[in-house]
Design a protein around this ligand. Structure first.
Ligand code: NAD
Length: 255
């Protein structure tokens, strides 16, 4: 499929895990895809190489998130990379995927942990959008990677879950604001996905146990989430906005 030919996409945290799956998928649909990374330039370059080997177009963009000035640095790197390629400025599809987990109950969360998880998971997407408003093309897409835990009471991820709840509110409120420009704003909320965020899934017994939460009896893979993102990014998703789309393999149905 080439639903995104002629579009430019930016995927934060696109060098590994779910973000890599999204970057590969959007590029496969024809989008010129910016693969953002924090510190692992090598991983981003490998993702770019994988996209190019498959006939797609991509480039890497580095910027540490969760630090002062992160959004400005990200956009400066993005603008420079586009100019270097001779590509038109602007972005059609912005995917706020980068995020960190925090496995702590309420009495365990330190102030530093709290500040960091909110800085990366909430503040960074907020200011990336704010400072990207002039770059976002009319008819474009903002897609936030949320989490199914925002709407279940998982005590071991309380602060992390709160960040995704904030992202959900950001999503529907921004959808109201940007609709006049034909821009849709949605979130995709994965259930548990086999990525570096969940090293415990390397243990087959744990993997089976977590997989049993899904009605399909397996854990999610990055491609499962990427396909949902591709739908929202494409013209097929033009009438869907302000939504948080559960991509949990039905694991939210049991709670
Ligand atoms: P991951 O740890 O493999 O990837 C996270 C990505 O974010 C990496 O590319 C990393 O470089 C980037 N990132 C993290 N901190 C950064 C920083 N300070 N600066 C720049 N980049 C930074 O995890 P993942 O599972 O692929 O997570 C991707 C998104 O999916 C996250 O927002 C996460 O909350 C969400 N999510 C994951 C799961 C899951 O089970 N894996 C479930 C629900 C939601």
């Amino acid at each position: 499929m080439d639903r995104l030919t002629g579009k430019t996409a930016l995927v934060t945290g696109g060098s590994r895990g779910i973000g890599k799956g999204i970057a590969l998928r959007l590029a496969r649909e024809g989008a010129l895809t910016a693969v953002h990374y924090g510190s692992n330039e090598q991983a981003a370059k490998e993702t770019v190489a994988e996209i190019e080997a498959a006939g797609g177009q991509a480039f890497a963009v580095g910027a540490e998130l969760g630090v002062p000035g992160d959004a400005a640095a990200l956009w400066a790197a993005f603008d420079a990379a586009l100019a270097e390629r001779g590509a038109a400025p602007g972005v059609d599809i912005l995917v706020n995927n980068a995020g960190i987990g925090l496995l702590s109950q309420v009495h365990e969360v330190t102030e530093a942990d709290y500040d960091q998880v909110f800085a990366i998971n909430v503040k960074a997407p907020f200011f990336i959008v704010q400072q990207g408003l002039d770059r976002l093309r009319d008819g474009g897409r903002v897609i936030n990677v949320s989490s199914g835990v925002a709407r279940i009471a998982l005590t071991t991820t309380i602060a992390y879950s709160m960040t995704k709840g904030a992202l959900n509110v950001f999503t529907h409120t921004l959808a109201q604001q940007l609709g006049g420009r034909g821009i849709t704003v949605n979130a995709v909320a994965p259930g548990i996905v086999a990525t570096d965020m969940n090293p415990h899934l390397d243990d087959p017994a744990q993997r089976a146990e977590w997989g049993s939460m899904s009605v399909f009896n397996r854990v999610g893979e990055p491609a499962d989430i990427a396909d949902a993102v591709a739908f929202l990014a494409s013209d097929d998703g033009r009438w869907v906005t302000g939504q948080v789309l559960d991509a949990t393999g039905g694991s939210h149905l049991g709670v």
